[in-house]
Design a protein around this ligand. Structure first.
Ligand code: IDC
Length: 475
């Protein structure tokens, strides 16, 4: 029994359920492989193998086990299609020999309660995402084709592109209204924590033609983006060359983004020089004008300094404490995201860490701290440090990529998934770098996509773009 889910365009979420007993009720869009056989023992023998993302040469999947009787300890085994090899896997003790994959629990995820379905591990593989053969759990064959001598032919439902869950009603701004910081979370007007996910533009001095009616429609409707970060460089041919022009560009884009129901994060993109105080006067002017013009718009968030670097937290904090009042005098209830030391790494990239902020926070309410990372560069130690800090600081990951900190190079989707899982767990909002057609791997769009698109679907997306679109859509 082999099932080949379609490869392109990437479906929203494909779920392959292989079951030896009655078919589980699966959502629309599921590819269900059914055996009518009832000869298998009552009790557990059900595995859900979800292909979360398929980029052609490889894919990412998660594996869940459903059981009627409680179990303590599991081992799964299957045969991949020839040529498929696991590149990395998490929450599982695994090995692969030839086509045979074996994975067992890692202790803390050994137990599955009676009647429970538990997602037990995930992996990234190179090769075909076709359904494996001879799928077993604790030696029990769950693949109906093997244990199905009398049970009739398996049936296969074609996958569809339908979402597996109902779309949420209303735009992000309609659903959450004016945001505020509550404890370490971002909360909607109803006081409930929200996690916003979306894209950052590239530098508007270079890639403003990627931010137009069609692309913003696509971000709102096709990508289901909650937020767009408007990245306005100060140097590098940015704001300083034409303050009035860039202010008006950003101001217009805030209206375009928020009128589509997405939040707009206004990024004062300092980078070189790394001391935000160098641009303090310009920042005052810019934020005063923007806050004045958009004070009544509940969809605006401010990011006062992209990536301070080579400068102490004390100096950065001093800068924020001068800019925050400029915004608050005009727009009192907005959330402000504050750049942190060492390229907004919460100090980590200069040998410090989140505790310098915890111990010496900015004197203001309704603020969050920026954390930026690039998954191929910033790995376990960063992940652990940020996760530990998530209960102590309101963190907003306003820039991150699936590749190295150059915004280029190979994507590390396995590490990226670890990051997005952690951020989902802690409701850390994020905007990914970047929505542009730059040649680098971190630019979501293929070169030449802007300004004409099309921006919907995946035809003009690079691998990072496809992957991140799925993440934003929650596929
Ligand atoms: C990079 C762009 C690149 C551009 C460069 C100019 O990807 O095209 O030439 O800026 O400065 C950051 C910065 C962000 C960087 C990005 C990737 O905030 O400006 O963009 N990055 O290097 N911090 C870490 C990585």
């Amino acid at each position: 029994m082999q099932a080949h889910p379609s490869k392109s365009p990437v479906p929203r979420r494909r779920r392959l359920a292989v079951t030896g007993i009655a078919v589980a009720a699966l959502g629309a869009g599921a590819l269900t492989i059914t055996s009518a056989n009832s000869a298998l023992a009552e009790g557990f023998c059900e595995v859900e193998y979800d292909v979360l993302n398929d980029w052609g040469s490889g894919y990412q999947a998660s594996v869940s086990i459903a059981t009627e009787d409680a179990i303590d300890g599991w081992q799964v085994e299957w045969d991949f299609p020839a040529g498929t090899t696991v590149a990395s896997a998490w929450n599982v003790d695994w090995s692969q020999s030839g086509t045979t994959f074996t994975g067992s629990d890692v202790g803390w995820n050994a137990q599955i309660g009676a009647g429970e379905t538990r997602e037990v591990f995930g992996f990234v593989a190179n090769g075909s995402s076709a359904l494996p053969d001879r799928l077993t759990v604790n030696g029990e064959i769950c693949d109906g084709s093997v244990e199905n001598p009398t049970g009739g032919e398996p049936t296969t439902d074609e996958p569809t592109d339908e979402p597996t869950s109902e779309p949420e009603q209303g735009t992000p701004i309609e659903r959450h209204g004016q945001l505020s910081v509550c404890g370490t979370n971002l909360c909607g007007e109803d006081g409930e924590p929200v996690q916003l996910k979306g894209m950052s533009t590239h530098g508007l001095q270079w890639f403003a033609d990627c931010v137009n009616d069609a692309s913003l429609d696509a971000l709102a409707e096709d990508w289901e983006s909650d937020i767009v970060r408007l990245s306005m460089y100060v140097q590098e041919d940015g704001y300083e060359t034409d303050p009035a022009g860039f202010t008006s560009l950003v101001s217009g884009l805030i209206d375009e983004v928020t009128s589509r129901g997405m939040y707009a994060l206004v990024d004062w993109h300092i980078l070189t020089p790394g001391d935000p105080n160098v641009n303090l006067e310009a920042a005052r002017t810019f934020f005063a004008e923007i806050a004045e013009a958009h004070a009544d718009n509940p969809g605006v968030l401010y990011e006062t300094a992209n990536e301070p670097n080579g400068v102490s937290w004390t100096d950065i904090k001093g800068y924020h404490e001068q800019i925050i009042p400029v915004i608050r005098e005009r727009d009192p209830d907005s959330v402000i995201v504050l750049g942190t030391r060492a390229y907004s790494s919460l100090g980590l990239s200069e040998g410090s860490g989140p505790s310098e902020v915890v111990d010496n926070p900015v004197a203001a309410d309704n603020v969050m701290y920026a954390f930026h990372f690039y998954a191929a560069s910033h790995r376990e130690d960063y992940l652990a440090a940020v996760e530990a800090a998530a209960d102590r600081l309101p963190i907003f990951a306003s820039e991150w990529g699936t590749q190295t900190y150059t915004g280029d190079g190979a994507n590390d989707f396995a590490m990226s998934q670890r990051w997005t899982d952690m951020m989902a767990e802690h409701q850390i909002s994020w905007t990914n770098w970047n929505f542009a057609d730059d040649f680098r791997s971190g630019a979501a769009l293929e070169v030449g996509t802007c300004p004409n698109g099309p921006f919907t679907g995946t035809q003009n997306l690079k691998p990072a773009g496809e992957w991140i679109r799925d993440q934003i859509r929650g596929d």
